[in-house]
Design a protein around this ligand. Sequence first.
Ligand code: ASP
Length: 439
Amino acid sequence: MKTTVAKFGGTSLASAAQFRKVKAIVMGDPARRIVVASAPGKRFPEDVKVTDLLLKCYGEAAGGHPFEATLEAVHRRFREIVAELGIDFPLEAEIAALRDSLQREPERNYVLSRGEYLNSRILAAYLGFTFVDPEWCVCFDAAGKLDAPMTKRTMSAALRPLGNAVIAGFYGADATGRIHTFSRGGSDVTGSLAAAAINADLYENWTDVSGLMAADPHIVSAPKAVRYVSYRELRTLSYMGASVLHTDAVLPVADLDIPINIRNTDRPDDAGTTIVRKLPKGETKYPIIGVAGRVGMSVIQVEKVMVSDESGFTAIMLDILKNRQIPFEQCLTGIDTVTVVIRSDVLAPYKEELFAEIRGKLNPDYLGLTEHLSMIAVIGERGTESCDANVRVLQALAGVNMPISTINQGAGKLNLLVGVPEDRYEEAIRAIYATIDEL
Ligand code: ASP
């Protein structure tokens, strides 16, 4: 029988009404044997996530301030869920234990993890599944770094014998039993680790959107949903700011070729986006899967005649950056120029000294800085292979008279990166989207 690991995010488990939807989804497919749960998230835009309440509670307790009102807000969230679902759950005792730990010796990660712990126990009781505490099987070292091989072994041993189980997301423990958490949004990582541990056929990630959109919906109205995306494309999209999944959630399943399906708990009939290693043949409707970008970029341009004949010129330039640990986004070399794209906030503190050193060491004929740029990535393993797609993108930009500061496409051809002025970023995205929409 096939096995699916189904992870439900905070909004999917924010209230009793959402729990009911989750139950219908889980019961709707017997393959959904292992469920991973987040803490209750926002029920409405101004609402506060339980993890944020816990963080506040910890801050108050650690600072010696009263925390009872914040703890009561956490208690209320769970009380409502338990009461509305009508399940038998020892909530009072659990909250008393949390209060006790806050009074005695508040431990940040322990406090933060209680949202997932309680929500998963409640969900397990509601579904009639076994509760698995990641404290026993998601293994961290003493410094708080995940021990991936150990986690795989321990999780596999914990989950394989169970018919159905709910495991709490976001945290684990070290050998001394001390709780550690992933970074925020880390229940995605737990889901991925669980899918890898039991070699699941599918990792479903249930959230509040029907997958990835081909462009930012704040910029383009009603962009297309992306049906399939490769792990590599996803990596570029996330780097460019499109966030649907924690970045560390890809690796464990990608290694084993387990697809990740992003689904919407509020619209369970939507197919969502499936993240795969290789795009299925004939299934990829759009050769270009999306357009995304980042504002706040600067470009340093160093020109010197015969640069391409001078070995080590670019290396010296990059060394100057490396010595100050300044990461760069792109480095383009031409016949007589070296162009480096850097995030403006990263560059700001070093601007003067950096320019002095470039002048001193490289003695350029021209040294320029262009600020307030944005970098746009047109992404698609297949689309950007064809020259037609690139022509269309550049034509779209020319059509709106967009000045282009840089164009970059490496041999990998996964994406075409174009630099345009920051104040025309949204216009450029819309123009490009309009043309890839037809592809
Ligand atoms: N509850 C945690 C957070 O809000 C982890 C998660 O939801 O994945 O970041």
